[in-house]
Design a protein around this ligand. Structure first.
Ligand SMILES: *Cc1c(COP(=O)(O)O)cnc(C)c1O
Length: 442
């Protein structure tokens, strides 16, 4: 709130395709899909119409002892497109709570099976799984986590396989998690990962081979694999789900963000018949999974999700996204040789680079200089919404972006880099901002 005096929030009046429009009529290109949720642009007619039609029927009913057509149809539609073996759907209403559900359900599964020693969770360094206490427990981003550390369940951390570390990093990371599961599998309930890319941890991309080795190790040591596809799901990485590129099926898959095309909050946890069976017993046996939210499986949100899946079924979305990926490559190509840009990388429709003090060795700027914020301001002045994570600059645009709009994002990013790096490192500490750690996140 302190820093909003300098950067007042921009009140958005309307959305239209890739554009956000404020009350003065100024337009901002939403290059980050409103925090990665918006797939097909703002106000997409198919999704809007589906919500409106559902609104004429039923806005909400509790999902306990009652059900409704959109919840049933959506569960069937998700199972039809999900990796093989994911046959059961549990609804909730946001990403963090989907992670809570997967963690609780895995823990509870082992308890129901008479293996209560399996209580620990494994997370990767740099992982992000949400910010409620359970989700934060398996999140390894100090900015969000450190303050609450005393309240959190302690995970076992395994090294992340991000590919822009040393060559062989992925191999070493796979070997490390294999060793961890071999040594401590008897006390581990589940491993949770963001498949192919750790997003909020800094857009760190890794290859499918790691996931294949992790899946095999989980099978060997009877440990669940939770795929957090909240950010990667629904076409972001080039396939409908990132797991498909490794040809693996997780035991749990968490979905939210793009699930409703960015219209309404909804989440789903998909799991297997084996997990379902471990809970299937009469109520008095106390094996049931109890986890309820008032708005679980909301009909309007389910209708929006069904419309989103319909767009995938009817239109060549993934094909078009491949083209969009190339446009992003072309648009960001002028940044590749910039002296303050390192690790330019892309996966599907996510493109990212690191803003660095020195390109050689990717020497970072001191965090308190908040260079990413300068870039954000400059991009906004160019009519483009970019919101770096610290010094990691990325675009994750709606899939309806055209080639000229991709160029506009690249141009705004370049202008932002030039503005943010105009003053040499160490000469640009804004004390008032630097003293407030809460203001670090852009
Ligand atoms: C955003 C995100 C979450 C949390 O979802 P919310 O709806 O913001 O709670 C969890 N995991 C990943 C990978 C995410 O990107």
């Amino acid at each position: 709130m302190h820093d909003l005096k300098r950067d007042p929030p921009i009140a958005i009046a309307r959305g239209e395709g890739v554009w956000l429009i404020d009350h003065d009529g100024k337009r901002y290109l939403d290059a980050i899909s409103s925090w990665w949720v918006n797939l097909f642009g703002h106000g997409h007619p198919t999704i809007k119409a589906a919500i409106a039609a559902q609104l004429d029927q039923l806005e909400h009913v509790m999902l306990a002892g009652f059900t409704h057509r959109p919840a049933i149809e959506l569960a069937e539609a998700l199972v039809a497109v999900a990796p093989a073996g994911l046959s059961r759907v549990f609804y909730t209403d946001n990403g963090a709570s989907a992670v809570e559900v997967a963690l609780k359900m895995s823990f509870h599964y082992w308890r129901n099976l008479g293996q209560p020693a399996k209580q620990r969770f494994v997370a990767l360094t740099g992982s992000y799984h949400g910010e409620t206490l359970g989700a934060l427990s398996v999140t390894d981003v100090g900015l969000y986590r450190d303050t609450y550390d005393a309240l959190l369940v302690k995970p076992l951390l395994a090294p992340a396989p991000d590919a822009h570390g040393a060559p062989g990093n992925e191999d070493a990371a796979a070997t490390a998690i294999e060793a961890l599961l071999a040594a401590r599998g008897h006390e581990i309930a589940a491993v949770i990962v963001e498949p192919l890319i750790q997003c909020a941890g800094g857009m760190r991309i890794y290859g499918p081979a790691y996931l294949q080795r992790l899946r095999a190790a989980c099978d060997r040591h009877r440990v669940h694999l939770i795929a957090d596809e909240i950010a990667t799901g629904f076409g972001r990485t080039g396939t409908l789900f990132a797991c498909e590129q490794a040809a693996i099926s997780p035991d749990f898959m968490c979905l939210s963000k793009g699930l409703t095309g960015g219209f309404l909050p909804l989440a789903a946890v998909l799991t297997t018949d084996a997990v379902f069976a471990a809970f299937y017993a009469e109520y008095q046996s106390q094996r049931a999974f109890l986890h309820s939210h008032s708005y679980t499986g909301n009909p309007l949100a389910c209708a929006a999700a069904l419309a989103t899946l319909k767009i995938f079924a009817r239109e060549p979305v993934l094909e078009r996204n491949r083209e969009l990926g190339h446009w992003l490559d072309q648009a960001f190509a002028p940044l590749a040789d910039h002296p303050h840009v390192a690790n330019l990388r892309r996966l599907g429709t996510i493109i990212a680079f690191d803003l660095v003090a020195e390109r050689d060795g990717a020497v970072p700027y001191p965090w308190e200089e908040r260079r990413g914020l300068d870039l954000h301001r400059t991009a906004l002045a160019h009519g483009v919404l970019l919101r770096p994570i610290g010094n990691v600059v990325y675009a994750m645009p709606p899939y309806v972006l055209d080639r000229a709009q991709a160029q506009a994002i690249g141009a705004a990013a370049l202008a932002g880099v030039n503005a943010a790096t105009a003053v040499p490192a160490g000469r640009r500490v804004d004390r008032a901002q630097a003293l407030d750690p809460a203001a670090l996140e852009l």
